[in-house]
Design a binder for this molecule. Structure first.
Ligand SMILES: *[C@@H]1O[C@H](CO)[C@@H](O)[C@H](O)[C@H]1NC(C)=O
Ligand SMILES: *[C@@H]1O[C@H](CO)[C@@H](O)[C@H](O)[C@H]1NC(C)=O
Ligand SMILES: *[C@@H]1O[C@H](CO)[C@@H](O)[C@H](O)[C@H]1NC(C)=O
Ligand SMILES: *[C@@H]1O[C@H](CO)[C@@H](O)[C@H](O)[C@H]1NC(C)=O
Ligand SMILES: *[C@@H]1O[C@H](CO)[C@@H](O)[C@H](O)[C@H]1NC(C)=O
Ligand SMILES: *[C@@H]1O[C@H](CO)[C@@H](O)[C@H](O)[C@H]1NC(C)=O
Ligand SMILES: *[C@@H]1O[C@H](CO)[C@@H](O)[C@H](O)[C@H]1NC(C)=O
Ligand SMILES: *[C@@H]1O[C@H](CO)[C@@H](O)[C@H](O)[C@H]1NC(C)=O
Ligand SMILES: *[C@@H]1O[C@H](CO)[C@@H](O)[C@H](O)[C@H]1NC(C)=O
Ligand SMILES: *[C@@H]1O[C@H](CO)[C@@H](O)[C@H](O)[C@H]1NC(C)=O
Length: 548
């Protein structure tokens, strides 16, 4: 009986084939899908959101309150069934999810404020936090079905999600997802486009998806995305749609040839694009721009998705990419056809509530120029208070010349504020003293530049409102930047000994600016300060040595 008959053989082949095929699909190791307030499981596409249950082991809430929407009151939308029920939290409530895979997870919160005989969900007002991050503060959901998406790097065994009703109000939730992400999706850092292109570490920060856009004027529904993302169409964000053309060539996309997988962005994102409309005038150099509404006072992580799907394929494809009017890439070479590619960058938005993205033709390489963008993701980065809510934004003041006396008092009211001021004042006076002693022309220009940096930081410190004052981390970051400018000047003029001291300072302030606000108070601040003074003395010594 050693013979395996044909049908058995075919079944084995089929099993192997199915296993291989399944392994291409992403299966999250942590995968919590809950249809809140529902007595039944709800299928959405290929996923099942589980019925909410009284004895759900991971939820603490004062009282079990499930409610249903009146029939037909929900606008047609993806995952419609999830919005028909909700759970009410009439006191502080928390979910504790046990986490199997350390690393980035998405938390997706579904909100639709319907009205039924007992509750008007539009009157709800509440805050939501996850681990130590504030996701939403005194939040009132908009009147359309909304999914809020956050990503957190979970390094503990549990993820705790807390709902806190505002005074005399309640919280609600229609549905919830907590899923682990593929490792390749979100990097541990990205380069900044402003401030000289340093790297911004993201490892321990929370992100909120602000916009996820498919270029080419087509939406991509979650059913066509391996990670169930929704991609909006870009046409509504274009500042001048006459300058572009929409293209679609899904068959050109070749994932196998690049490192980029479908988890990074799906076929329909890389297979459609918006390109510069260079037909009208092939010689003209111009930009196409998309504008996105964002909360000012936060840093933003931006991912650009590219794939050359132009038909006929040009011999060369070079163009510029701008984020907030700064280069994200200069003369980007996208000449290879069909290879998905992405570019990450971080920018800071201080006083404006629009984030600007442009692609622009270039004449740098003497080729017929065009430009292309396939997809875009914009994520808000949690600030030094660990918050993503607009009410915690660090908005910088415009002018600070008048009534500065009262401002000084406000700032001195806080111990941290006071130590910032003292440090800055001492640093400024040290610099001023020194520029008096050595007054080369070149040096005084550069000094002036870094002193103005200190001055700017000091002014920000004196803002009337706590929320407008810079965070400790931001202050140190600015100081570090000013010190580096100061260091350049030293290098031009002095021996190598002095350079080393300045390198030390930058390293130490960089270290502190990575820590939490708590770490920065008191002793650490004193250490930064004393190191600066020590280095300052050493530089002065070496100056004397060389001048002898
Ligand atoms: C919902 O689905 C889960 C998992 O598939 C199953 O264990 C449970 O019995 C289902 N519950 C209901 C109410 O259908
Ligand atoms: C809920 O309670 C029922 C009955 O007490 C029990 O059989 C079931 O396992 C519980 N489910 C969970 C998720 O705790
Ligand atoms: C929640 O509401 C119920 C009545 O609906 C009430 O008995 C209970 O005390 C409330 N709990 C809190 C914490 O307000
Ligand atoms: C969750 O809420 C319960 C009840 O209010 C509280 O005892 C518990 O400490 C909370 N858990 C966490 C992790 O905050
Ligand atoms: C529900 O509350 C909102 C906000 O207070 C209000 O504008 C709306 O009229 C209320 N709807 C009903 C049916 O009471
Ligand atoms: C998550 O945090 C850990 C510990 O800080 C770090 O080693 C890891 O690189 C982080 N992961 C990501 C994706 O940032
Ligand atoms: C998108 O999803 C629809 C519905 O599942 C399917 O028919 C279609 O083939 C998908 N398109 C692509 C390009 O995957
Ligand atoms: C995709 O790229 C691979 C590797 O570069 C190449 O071997 C293959 O021919 C390409 N497929 C298509 C359809 O272009
Ligand atoms: C394109 O945008 C960049 C960044 O705002 C700007 O510097 C450049 O001058 C623009 N190019 C043209 C041709 O307008
Ligand atoms: C641009 O990319 C193409 C294809 O990879 C390559 O042949 C060409 O040398 C690149 N041009 C430059 C200037 O690097």
């Amino acid at each position: 009986m050693m013979r395996i008959d044909t049908s058995q053989f075919l079944i084995r082949v089929l099993i192997i084939f199915c296993l291989a095929f399944n392994s291409l699909e992403f299966v999250p190791e942590d995968n919590y899908l809950i249809d809140c307030g529902s007595l039944e499981n709800t299928s959405v596409g290929d996923r099942v959101f589980l019925a909410d249950s009284l004895n759900s082991s991971f939820l603490f809430t004062p009282e079990k309150i499930f409610i249903n929407a009146n029939s037909n009151s929900i606008p047609s939308t993806y995952g419609l069934a999830l919005y028909k029920t909700a759970r009410i939290f009439n006191g502080t409530s928390n979910y504790t999810f046990s986490i199997n895979k350390k690393g980035r997870h998405w938390i997706r919160l579904y909100f639709f404020p319907f009205v039924n005989q007992n509750f008007n969900l539009s009157t709800a007002k509440f805050s939501v936090s996850a681990q130590s991050f504030t996701l939403l503060k005194d939040f009132q959901p908009s009147s359309v079905p909304t999914v809020k998406e956050y990503s957190l790097n979970i390094t503990e065994n549990n993820l705790v999600l807390t709902f806190t009703p505002s005074t005399n109000s309640f919280a609600f939730l229609n549905a919830l997802e907590v899923i682990s992400l593929p490792n390749e999706l979100i990097p541990s850092g990205a380069k900044t486009v402003d401030f000289g292109g340093g790297n911004r570490n993201l490892e321990s920060l929370a992100l909120e998806t602000v916009a996820r856009v498919n270029m080419g004027n087509e939406i991509v529904p979650p059913g066509n995305d391996t990670l169930w993302r929704f991609w909006m169409s870009d046409s509504g964000f274009l500042s001048n749609s006459k300058l572009v053309l929409f293209v679609s060539n899904v068959g050109f996309v070749n994932y196998s040839s690049g490192g980029v997988t479908e988890n990074v962005a799906p076929l329909l994102v890389y297979g459609t694009a918006t390109k510069l409309n260079s037909i009208a005038d092939e010689r003209s150099i111009f930009n196409a721009t998309w504008l996105f509404p964002v909360d000012p006072g936060f840093d933003y992580f931006v991912r650009f998705h590219f794939c050359n799907i132009l038909n006929p394929a040009p011999d060369n494809l070079y163009f510029n990419v701008f984020l907030n009017y700064e280069f994200a890439a200069k003369d980007l070479n996208l000449s290879t056809v069909g290879v998905p590619y992405y570019l990450d960058a971080v920018t800071r938005l201080d006083n404006v509530d629009q984030l600007s993205i442009s692609i622009g033709s270039t004449n740098a390489l003497n080729t017929v120029s065009n430009g292309i963008l396939n997809g875009l993701e914009i994520m808000k980065i949690s600030n030094s208070q660990g918050s993503l809510d607009a009410s915690d934004a660090k908005i910088q003041p415009r002018t600070t010349t008048s009534n500065s006396k009262s401002k000084v008092w406000v700032c001195v009211g806080s111990a941290i504020g006071a130590s910032i001021i003292i440090t800055i004042l001492v640093l400024v006076s040290v610099l001023v003293c020194r520029s008096r002693r050595h007054g080369h022309v070149v040096q005084s220009t550069l000094d002036q530049y870094s002193i103005s940096g200190f001055k700017e930081t000091a002014e920000k410190c004196l803002a009337d409102f706590g929320a407008n004052r810079p965070a400790m981390g931001d202050v140190l970051w600015n100081l570090e930047f000013a010190l580096q400018l100061q260091g350049c000047d030293q290098r031009g003029e002095n021996n190598e000994q002095s350079n080393d001291h300045y390198t030390d300072i930058s390293a130490s302030t960089a270290q502190y600016s990575l820590g939490s606000v708590g770490d920065l108070a008191g002793v650490s601040m004193r250490r930064v300060f004393s190191q600066m003074v020590r280095a300052e003395n050493a530089v002065d010594h070496s100056r004397k040595d060389t001048s002898i």
